[in-house]
Structure formats: C-alpha cells, structure tokens
Design a protein around this ligand. Structure first.
Ligand code: G1P
Length: 294
C-alpha cells in the first residue's frame, strides 16, 4: 500500500511575458479557455484525483487567484436575487472546501525547481502532486487520476508524458523510456530542453508529476541549469539514482496554453466540446475559414 497523495502544488508565480499585454495586470493563470480560468482546470483535475490540500506558489500581482478560490458574497447575493441558482451552484462547486488552500510566495523568478522548493514547508514529509496550470488536458479520466492509478501500483515518483514532434523536444523536459507498457514504464533518464540530437526519446514531460518529498532535499542545493534557472528536471535526474521514476503515457491530449498557438487551439477544442456552443461555433469557424480560403 502506497502512502496516499493528498497535497498538490500549483506553481503560479510566472510573469506570463509571452501573453503581454494581456498579462500586464492579470495573472496568466486567469486567462480563460472558453469561460474557465486555466488555474480552475488544474484544480478540478487535482480534485478529481482525490487531492484535499491545494498549495499555490504565487508571486506579486497574483492576489486575484486567491480571490478566485474564495466566496464572493456580493455576487452570490445578486445571482440569488435574480434567480440564477444554476450559475451560483456552479460557482460553489468550483470552490475547494474551506481550509483546503494554502498560499506561499516565490519571491524571485529563479525557475520551476525553486518554485517547488518554496512549497516544502507546506507539503512536509509526504508525497505530493505537482500540476503546471499552463498545461490543460482533454482527458477522461483526468491525467492526474490516471497517474494516481499507476502510482497505486508502483509507488515512487510518477511523471505524465506525451509524444511531441522531435523538432520541438528542445522546448520541454524529455524522458528516456525503459521497460514497461504505456500505462506505466520505467524512466531511465530525464533531460531539460535537450537539443534534438541529444534527446533520449520524443516523450515530453507535460506538466503533471507525483513526487516523493526527498526532492526537496535535492532542491536545497540544486545549481542553475538550462536557461540559467533552477530546474526541477535536474533535481529529478539526481533523485532517480536512489528512487524509481515511472512514466505514464496517458490517454488524452495536452494543450500548452503557455504558447499562443496552444492557447487558441485549446479554446477551439474545448468550445467544440460544449453542448451549449458547439453547433453555432462550428458554423462561425467554417464561415471564417471559407472566407479566408475562398
Ligand atoms: C517546464 C519543465 C519542463 C516541462 C514543461 C511543460 O518547462 O521544466 O520539463 O516539459 O514545463 O510545460 P517551462 O515550460 O517552465 O520552460
């Protein structure tokens, strides 16, 4: 029996420079895919996987995220008096239970490894999930749920991976694949943003992790890696010498909403999934495409 994963960490301190000016005063995690903020998708996914403690590593200008996961009495009162009870119930459904959220700050943008390290006191000595909110998945069940199922069998550390065009490996962390099926295979190595000729495979780390707390001890003294940042991947590459890492090539697809193309594509894909929008949206898209082509 593995130690249960109850806590999830959400690094949300990034500056969002790729989405300026939209992200000048607003956190990038509040950008919406259709009508839900990116951070809400990540929290929903964590909750579906059984997470009960949501740890946000924030930074300056990120207060709105904290407000988003709070009650809003004035708004709720207005919705109630207008009889919009379905909207109200949906807002309540999206909220973690009182006392389930914690917030800490990454005071300097030193990289993902440093952001994770900032959560060490809140996580404590237990395994935890890590979800990068830029990465939004169309997957059923959710990707973290699929990874938890693998974790129940394997324990140790688990990383969600997906195939990427070999030309794009240098944008991501890449894993080396050992023995085992897609649903749970041994990871042999991990490298952050390799040149295509150095990549051990085309399986990329798509922003979902289950990690053992020993990663914090390694991050204590992790030196800067790719891009001059303290890289989580480098710390994991150290941890793999003493603990197993399992890769899960999950069922589903990631949209990298940290890039404009991924973000726009996610909006189209998620809108086409929605019963209240799909039909009209499809005709509008076709109209635009026909005009452009014709
Ligand atoms: C981070 C990780 C990288 C991972 C990526 C997924 O990189 O370091 O291993 O593949 O997230 O989005 P970043 O996007 O912060 O450069």
């Amino acid at each position: 029996m593995q130690q249960r994963v109850r806590t999830a960490v959400f690094p949300v301190a990034g500056l969002g420079t790729r989405f300026l000016p939209a992200t000048k005063a607003m956190p990038k995690e509040m950008l919406t895919v259709v009508d839900r903020p990116l951070i809400q998708y990540a929290v929903d996914e964590a909750r579906e996987a059984g997470i009960e403690h949501f740890v946000f590593v924030t930074g300056r200008n990120k207060g709105v995220i904290e407000d988003h996961f709070d009650r809003q009495y004035e708004l709720e009162h207005t919705l109630q008096s207008r009889g919009k009870l379905d909207v109200l119930e949906e807002l309540w459904r999206d909220l973690p239970i009182a006392g389930q959220t914690s917030f800490t700050r990454q005071q300097e943008p030193l990289g993902l490894g440093h952001a994770v390290w900032c959560a060490r006191e809140l996580v404590g000595n237990q395994p935890f999930a890590l979800l990068l909110p830029d990465m939004v998945f169309r997957a059923r069940p959710g990707v973290l749920r699929q990874m938890m199922d693998a974790y129940d069998e394997t324990g140790g550390n688990v990383i969600g991976v997906e195939e990427v065009d070999p030309k794009e490996v240098s944008s991501y962390g890449i894993v080396g694949r050992g023995t085992g099926a897609d649903g749970a295979f041994a990871i042999t190595s991990m490298v952050e943003k390799p040149r295509p000729e150095d990549a051990p495979s085309n399986l990329f780390i798509s922003g979902r992790y289950i990690l053992q707390p020993e990663i914090f001890g390694i991050l204590n003294s992790q030196t800067r890696g790719a891009g001059g940042e303290i890289q989580l991947t480098d710390a994991m590459q150290t941890l793999i010498r003493s603990q197993p890492f399992t890769g899960v090539k999950y069922q589903g697809k990631v949209y990298d909403c940290g890039s404009k193309l991924g973000f726009l594509t996610a909006n189209v894909a998620f809108a086409l999934d929605r019963d209240d929008l799909a039909e009209d949206f499809r005709s509008e898209i076709l109209r635009i495409l026909n005009k452009t082509v014709g």
